[in-house]
Ligand binder design. Structure first.
Ligand code: NAP
Length: 500
């Protein structure tokens, strides 16, 4: 809802970091430009780097277009968030800013630090008396992923956080949920009478979710090699998208009603264990290749990656949701780096007609009726269906009705962080991950992670840069009728890949 939040101070731990300057401050500036920040508002960046208010503003200004007036509301405190004794000066500084800016005692604490600090910062804030809520005031905490590295660590993190906070104070960011087109999944499904009646096992043949990146790991080798594609993308962002596609209609649009339905989907995932892991989960790693005259490094040659790394840069999974709506319908999810293009999309493949009356015009693969929801880039929705080929006979060709968000008059889609920061300021946690869904998602992927670590017979397939991953993943969708959708294949049946 577009109303101004109550007055408060936003404290960003990790204020000197990459996320703050690249995403958070620009998002706040955009909100300020739309007059969506409170009149009494301040940002306090916190870090060990010895900035002053002035030098901090100067550093941020170098990454912004404009924003001079906004930066007057931004302050900096040099302290070590890992040292309990430094929290006294934080408390004093907050009181000074609150007095000068009339911001009251509402605070958001944004933890944009390495995850090792996620438990100590709330504990030290609690010791300093900065987490308790008095007189109707609020204290909220925004956490960046990763929320643990497996089920056990996620549960431990939650338990530790809940020793000093209540769940309703915790806002776990999944920036995919801040994307306009991800939210549009809810609107597409639940505001149109034409889709929902077909949205079940009777009419849907299977569902695909693809999230591909053209880039490799760039300078994030140290982090990525500990994570891999399953932890970095699938366990969180892609399962959340799956939750929105597969959930039952919530009774109302409220944070807990929606998140309860997502949790039920997660609880209905058929576990993938034992021999099924080899069959249903394909992992891959890109190898050095030449693409259109250019040479690309393999993953193991990347900076900060061990030469014998077994971390997956690609994963494709076939899974089932064992409930009334989706029983027996496969969901295919794939994500990877150094693939032919950057795209995130959901493809709902409908079942063919019960009897074939007409021949295909081009004798090609019959991809049938598809609803494609493009999440990024070129956000929009595409429906594919068959029409008669002009002229004699009754041959059928596929055509596409394609809606692009960019065709709307007011087409500037807000950045995910704008939406999520504003939601937290307004106390709306709908688009944030709840404790139980995070743990349920880890519980689902844990057996796969542990089999990969412990069973050397599970292959790590190689794939050349610029392809859609290993052949084993290509063959994952059974039957000779359907294939993965290739978002950037040329119209020719040869299927040229996009240039890298
Ligand atoms: N960057 C992104 O696009 C992105 C995307 C998704 C999630 N995230 C997550 O968001 C968080 C922040 O990301 P980032 O890229 O901004 O991280 P970053 O630049 O590596 O770190 C942020 C800040 O944390 C402080 N810090 C680092 N190590 C510390 C330590 N041992 N003790 C105390 N402070 C320490 C540093 O500030 P001082 O040295 O000044 O203390 C640093 O500026 C991470 O958890 C990351 O996983 C980031």
């Amino acid at each position: 809802m577009m109303y101004k939040p109550q007055e408060h101070i936003l404290v960003i731990f990790g204020g000197s970091g990459d996320l703050t300057r690249r995403k958070l401050i620009p998002a706040l500036l955009a909100l300020s430009g739309q007059d969506l920040l409170p009149d009494q508002f301040a940002v306090l960046g916190v870090g060990r780097t010895p900035y002053t208010d002035a030098s901090y503003r100067e550093m941020l200004a170098g990454h912004l277009q404009g924003g001079k007036d906004f930066l007057h509301s931004v302050f900096y405190l040099s302290m070590d968030p890992g040292k309990k004794e430094d929290y006294g000066i934080l408390k004093t500084r907050l009181s000074e800013i609150a007095a000068a800016r009339q911001t009251g005692i509402n605070h958001i604490f944004y933890l944009a630090t390495p995850p090792e600090l996620y438990t100590s910062i709330p504990a030290f804030l609690a010791d300093a008396g900065l987490t308790s809520r008095e007189d109707g005031s609020w204290r909220r905490f925004i956490l960046e992923k990763p929320f643990g590295t497996d089920y056990r660590s996620a549960r431990d993190l939650n338990e530790t956080l809940l020793r000093c906070l209540n769940e309703d104070q915790i806002y776990r960011i999944d920036h995919y949920l801040g994307k306009e087109t991800v939210q549009n999944l809810l609107v597409t499904r639940f505001s149109n009478g034409i889709f929902e009646p077909l949205w079940n096992r009777n009419y849907v043949h299977h569902v695909q979710i693809t999230s591909s990146e053209r880039i490799g790991i760039e300078t994030r080798g140290g982090y990525y090699d500990q994570a891999g594609a399953l932890r970095d993308m699938l366990q969180n962002h892609l399962l959340q998208i799956l939750g929105l596609i597969a959930m039952e209609p919530p009774t109302v649009i409220s944070s807990d009603a929606i998140r309860n339905e997502i949790l039920k989907v997660f609880q209905s995932f058929r576990p993938i264990t034992g021999k099924a892991i080899k069959r249903q989960v394909i992992r891959g790693q890109y190898v050095g290749s030449r693409v259109q005259g250019e040479t690309f490094k393999g993953y193991r040659e990347e900076q900060d990656v061990p030469g014998d790394s077994r971390t997956e840069t690609f994963v494709a999974m076939k899974m089932y949701i064992d409930n009334w709506r989706w029983g027996g319908i496969p969901f295919y999810i794939r994500t990877g780096k150094r693939l032919p293009t950057r795209v995130t999309e959901v493809v709902v493949h409908f079942k063919p007609t019960p009897h074939t009356l007409f021949c295909k015009w081009d004798q090609g693969v019959d991809n049938g009726n598809q609803l494609v929801i493009r999440i990024q880039p070129d956000e929009g929705i595409l429906i594919q269906f068959g029409v008669k080929v002009q002229g004699a006979g009754f041959k059928v060709q596929d055509v596409k009705m394609d809606f692009h968000y960019k065709d709307l008059i007011d087409n500037k889609l807000p950045e995910a962080y704008q939406r999520l920061l504003l939601d937290c300021m307004q106390g709306d946690s709908t688009l944030f991950s709840r404790k139980d869904t995070v743990e349920a998602a880890w519980k689902f992927v844990d057996p796969i992670l542990s089999a990969w670590d412990n069973d050397p017979s599970i292959p790590l397939h190689e794939y050349p840069v610029g392809t859609w991953g290993p052949d084993a993943a290509e063959q994952m969708i059974e039957g000779d009728v359907f294939t993965w959708r290739y978002p950037c294949r040329n119209r020719s049946d040869e299927g040229e890949y996009c240039a890298l």
